[in-house]
Write a protein of this length. Structure first.
Length: 120
């Protein structure tokens, strides 16, 4: 019974660590190896995971707003920044995220070309 509770609490700690730098696997490992309490302390001390899309979303939103206001030069600059941030995000991404990023890059490049056509 104690072993079952140990595993259940370790899984709970692992889940709590899934949004932290230690991750689910690390939190689960420390909880199973040391104790769920020590694993929880490690999770609490561990920093939050970085959202790799945060800067991209910010630049994309600013670009859309500038495009709506017909400030095309500013919109082009923000969309360029968003494309740059996607490149940074791609280096930090896993396999599934990389496929998504490639699609976003293609969509954003098309949007930039349409924006340049509007300017001319």
């Amino acid at each position: 019974m104690v072993i079952v509770l140990w595993i259940v609490f370790s899984l709970i700690v692992g889940y709590a660590g899934s949004d932290k730098k230690v991750g689910f696997g690390g939190a689960l490992f420390f909880s199973l190896l040391l104790s769920p309490i020590i694993g929880l302390i490690i999770v609490l001390v561990s920093g939050n995971k970085e959202n790799i899309f945060e800067k991209y979303n910010y630049s994309l939103d600013k670009g859309k707003r500038a495009e709506f206001k017909e400030k095309f030069d500013l919109a082009e600059e923000f969309f360029g920044d968003a494309l740059y941030e996607l490149g940074n995000a791609e280096r930090k991404a896993n396999g599934v995220q990389r496929k998504h990023i490639k699609k976003l890059k293609i969509d954003l490049a098309e949007r930039l070309s349409l924006l340049r056509e509007k300017q001319n």
